[in-house]
Design a protein around this ligand. Structure first.
Ligand code: AMP
Length: 586
């Protein structure tokens, strides 16, 4: 087994390693450190976060630079502010016995003047995010013309975030004969092309499985009439009560307009685009980071470099002009090992672009049906029921229990439940009960076979139990012993889901789930109030497509309360609008 000593590290570093309590080198360190220490070479290392890669490039860089000089000799580029600060911190710890060492972090959202001052004091190593670095180069605040070692850390993430041009520009200010060390979790073609362009016969090391993908994003699209984009956006948000999303628009004007409409309609939304001042942008990003904003409506340029984890959905309100930009958008979700969904609202004239995107991302899109009003009401109701169920009791309420009990002394448990949920549910119900189907005729979910009368079920397992629509479908087919096509319209939500079967097997399904346990808990299946066949039903009710449009324009005038908590107010159309309570995800 190798030790840090026999990798060739000097005493200053070994002492720091000892202080840090690192007993043995990790795999990436074992493979990279001797190569980087003993040869002047370029390197491509395929390694995930958490494998000790910072030390793998950090130790050799610290050992090779001249700390007696004030010249900047090492440049580390990283995709996000968090990572930039983390690397800086680690480098300082590793180099704590390297007398005279100065490592400076350069990243957006903090004072550029202070960062420039820190660099001027003589930073041998700069750790930077590409956007701010480029900015400082263009203002002559840094000199990287004598760089000897450059690191591209999490290169796949940087390219995903749209930093390719910035990286190219930054590297053009560095000497040609420097060594470049590229670290990436995956090796998509864009990373391979960077390696080819900027590196000279790089050595390659791999830790773990080379083809292991960190990409956890599923892609879906919704086919609508262009004029229904906004209504569709609202439905997608309402059908996902815990959404935490970036909504991409093509222009600054659309971005501002959509954000304003969402705010008027009571959603926790904010706009991010180039017409806002830096201060305004910082405030929006702060609110988004703190989860006070659930829907950040943004242009591609402004959203570049958004380094917020936990984004559950990316919504393409409009497709980007450049198809390649789609990768950068969808890369905002599904990060840090989490799953994410990238949704595209697409009109008939644009639908062919989906095929082109599929070719570029090498993944299939799923065609999805826009949920109808009653489906959304059910989702909202069950989401609320789950929240209530999981809420920790506040025992200060005990003091008022007597009064409350007196008030409800004549109310049965069922009535009380109905009243309690009606407070919230009625607003959604009133808003959605008469809304039309927004799907264009061609639209149908991939799982949406038109097959006569079927039964739609509610089931109390969902994403939290590890299911997505495909795995739940397979699971149901298997336990119910049904055929490949017998379970359809499967929709998974966080803690519950919906699915359909033919009416003929309804009794079999319901009987099976009378005492079925999964992971130690009873699985409950009930017939859902809506059948998930909105298209057919709405068409019949409205008579013709033209009627849909008349209804639509009526609904488009509907406004939701901005106060968040207030009662539904009347819109000009005389319909009640559902007000959406403002929520913080925390
Ligand atoms: P990284 O992959 O560079 O983000 O490192 C992940 C974490 O592992 C950091 O907190 C490092 O301090 C720690 N680490 C790095 N190398 C070692 C090692 N050889 N032994 C124990 N911990 C390590």
């Amino acid at each position: 087994m190798s030790t840090f000593q026999n990798l060739g590290l000097n005493d200053d570093l070994l002492q720091a390693i000892n202080d840090l309590g690192f007993s043995t080198p990790s795999e990436v360190q074992e493979k990279a450190i001797p190569v980087l220490l003993h040869a002047d070479t370029d390197l491509v290392a395929l390694a995930q976060t958490g494998t000790g890669k910072t030390a793998a490039f950090g130790f050799p860089m610290l050992q090779k630079i001249n700390v007696d000089s004030r010249t900047t000799q090492g440049l580390i580029l990283s995709p996000t502010r968090e990572l930039c600060l983390q690397i800086t911190n680690e480098m300082k710890l590793y180099g704590k016995y390297c007398k005279g060492l100065n490592v400076v972090a350069i990243y957006g959202g903090a004072s550029i003047t202070e960062q420039a001052r820190d660099v001027k004091r003589g930073a041998q190593i700069i750790v930077a995010t590409p956007g701010r670095m480029k900015d400082m180069i263009s203002r002559n605040l840094v000199d990287i013309s004598k760089i000897e070692y450059s690191v591209l850390d999490e290169a796949d993430e940087m390219l995903n975030m749209g930093f390719k041009e910035d990286i190219t520009d930054i590297l053009s200010h560095t000497p040609k004969d420097k060594n470049t060390w590229l670290f990436s979790a995956t090796m998509p073609s864009e990373v391979a092309s960077i390696a080819k362009h900027f590196m000279h016969q790089p050595q390659e090391i791999t830790v773990g499985n080379k083809n292991e993908s960190t990409n956890q994003v599923s892609h879906e699209y919704y086919l609508v009439n262009s004029r229904d984009r906004y209504l569709t956006l609202k439905r997608l948000a309402d059908a996902n009560p815990d959404i935490f999303s970036v909504v991409f628009c093509r222009t600054k004007r659309d971005t501002q307009k959509v954000a304003e409409k969402l705010i008027e309609d009571g959603y926790n939304a904010g706009a991010l685009h180039g017409d806002l001042s830096q201060n305004q942008r910082d405030l929006v990003m702060k609110a988004f980071r703190n989860n006070q904003i659930q829907m950040l409506v943004a242009t591609d340029v402004a959203a570049r470099g958004i380094d917020v984890e936990d984004i559950t959905h990316v919504i393409n309100y409009q497709l980007p002009d450049e198809i390649e930009t789609y990768t950068h958008r969808s890369g905002r979700t599904g990060r840090a090992g989490k799953t994410g969904v990238s949704m595209v609202i697409v009109s008939k004239s644009e639908v062919r672009k989906i095929k082109s995107i599929e070719r570029i991302i090498k993944k299939q899109f799923e065609r999805k049906t826009i949920p109808n009003g009653m489906e959304i009401c059910e989702v909202q109701l069950m989401s609320l029921a789950n929240k209530v169920h999981n809420t920790e009791v506040n025992h200060d309420i005990d003091n008022y229990l007597g009064k409350i009990n007196t008030l409800f002394s004549d109310t049965t448990k069922d009535e009380l439940i109905k009243k309690f949920f009606s407070v919230e549910f009625t607003r959604f119900y009133n808003y959605y009960q008469k809304t039309p189907d927004l799907n264009t005729i061609e639209s149908s979910g991939s799982d949406d076979k038109d097959r006569g009368d079927s039964t739609r079920y509610f089931i109390n397992v969902g994403k939290k139990d590890g299911f997505d629509w495909m795995s739940l479908k397979d699971f149901l087919r298997e336990i119910l012993e049904l055929g490949k096509e017998d379970v359809f319209k499967v929709e998974t939500k966080d803690s519950f889901s919906f699915f359909n079967t033919e009416n003929a097997v309804k009794d079999k399904v319901l009987n099976f789930f009378t005492d079925f346990k999964y992971n130690g808990r009873f699985v409950n299946v009930e017939v859902s109030e809506n059948r998930g066949n909105s298209k057919r039903r709405d068409r019949k009710r409205n008579g013709s497509n033209r009627n849909f449009k008349q209804n639509d324009s009526k609904n488009r005038t509907e406004r939701r309360s901005t106060s968040g908590k207030s009662k539904p107010r009347r819109s000009k159309s005389n319909d009640f609008a559902a007000s959406r309570p403002r929520r913080s995800r925390r």
